[in-house]
Ligand binder design. Structure first.
Ligand SMILES: [Mn+2]
Length: 290
């Protein structure tokens, strides 16, 4: 062991393990179809930096993410071509999934979920998002961060989707959701019915989890591309995520954090906390039902 091995790291990578780890992390720094405030391409490294600097132990789940092997692959290459970005995400994630690994991807905008989930079989998709992202088209784009779930659910008729925390969507979106059999529980319903646990609502054991950080209220997560007031607070969202303890997490992503609008860094910290929870949930037997 040399001083170079001892004192230097490839920070801000969040590697706590090696290639033998079951959980892999990848950055997808793309915000090419963002409709309002671009900048989420800078989020992966901000989330990593926050992850290194907050406590990643969770008292409620009774687990410490520091003790779980994680291998960080780094970020996908820069491109300004949307199709090229989607292709790289699909190919890189496909390689990780084919090795039987759990892949956690740091966005980037919500469109990155489309190539990540496209080929995942035998798992339900669980989405947390202020928006439904079920429009057929927005601002001239049929494939964008506002339409990704529409395209995905049209292509994958077999994909069961559970959607939590929405509160801003047009009739076209909710009508499509009902027709397509997407289970939608809005932030209003979560609050009015006092729903703190969704584990039993989700019938499937295998799940892929996509967290759009704008599901949090802008008062606790201002640094997102499309902030929407009346979102969830930290504890409301974290308890819903914790209630997935016992599920088999096949993969996950955390999207839409925008460091350009996050001067205090609290949105990146919230995303890092979400990352630590998902790592604990994805690790075999690490979490304890609370
Ligand atoms: Mn959203």
């Amino acid at each position: 062991m040399s001083y170079l091995d001892l004192y230097l790291s490839s920070s801000p990578k969040i590697t706590l393990g090696d290639k033998g780890s079951r959980i892999f992390i990848m950055g997808a720094p793309y915000d090419l179809t963002t409709s309002y405030r671009p900048g989420s391409r800078f989020a992966p490294d901000q989330i990593r930096s926050a992850f290194w600097n907050i406590e990643i132990v969770d008292r409620k789940l009774g687990a410490n993410a520091e003790e779980i092997g994680i291998f960080d692959l780094g970020n996908l290459s820069i491109t300004t071509n949307v199709n090229r970005a989607l292709d790289m995400i699909e190919k890189a994630s496909g390689e990780v999934f084919s090795q039987g690994k759990v892949l956690g991807t740091l966005g980037g905008e919500h469109l990155i979920t489309y190539p990540l989930v496209k080929k995942i079989k035998n798992a339900a998709l669980v989405v947390f998002d202020a928006h439904l992202d079920l429009r057929d088209e927005l601002y001239g784009l049929t494939l964008s961060h506002a339409t990704f779930l529409r395209r995905l659910t049209e292509e994958r008729r077999d994909l069961k989707v559970y959607h939590f925390g929405s509160h801003t969507f047009v009739d076209e979106e909710i009508n499509y959701a009902r027709e397509r059999g997407i289970e939608v529980v809005t932030s209003y319903e979560l609050r009015e019915k006092g729903i703190k646990s969704i584990g039993e609502l989700i019938k499937e054991k295998n799940v892929y989890v996509s967290v759009d950080v704008d599901v949090l209220d802008p008062s606790c997560a201002p640094g997102v591309a499309n902030p929407e007031p009346e979102g969830l607070n930290y504890s409301e969202l974290f308890d819903l995520i914790r209630s997935l303890c016992g599920k088999n997490i096949m993969g996950f992503d955390i999207v839409e954090v925008n460091p350009a609008y996050d001067p205090s860094g609290i949105t990146a910290v919230a995303a890092a906390k979400i990352l630590s929870l998902l790592i604990i949930l994805a690790a075999d037997g690490a979490c304890r039902a609370h």
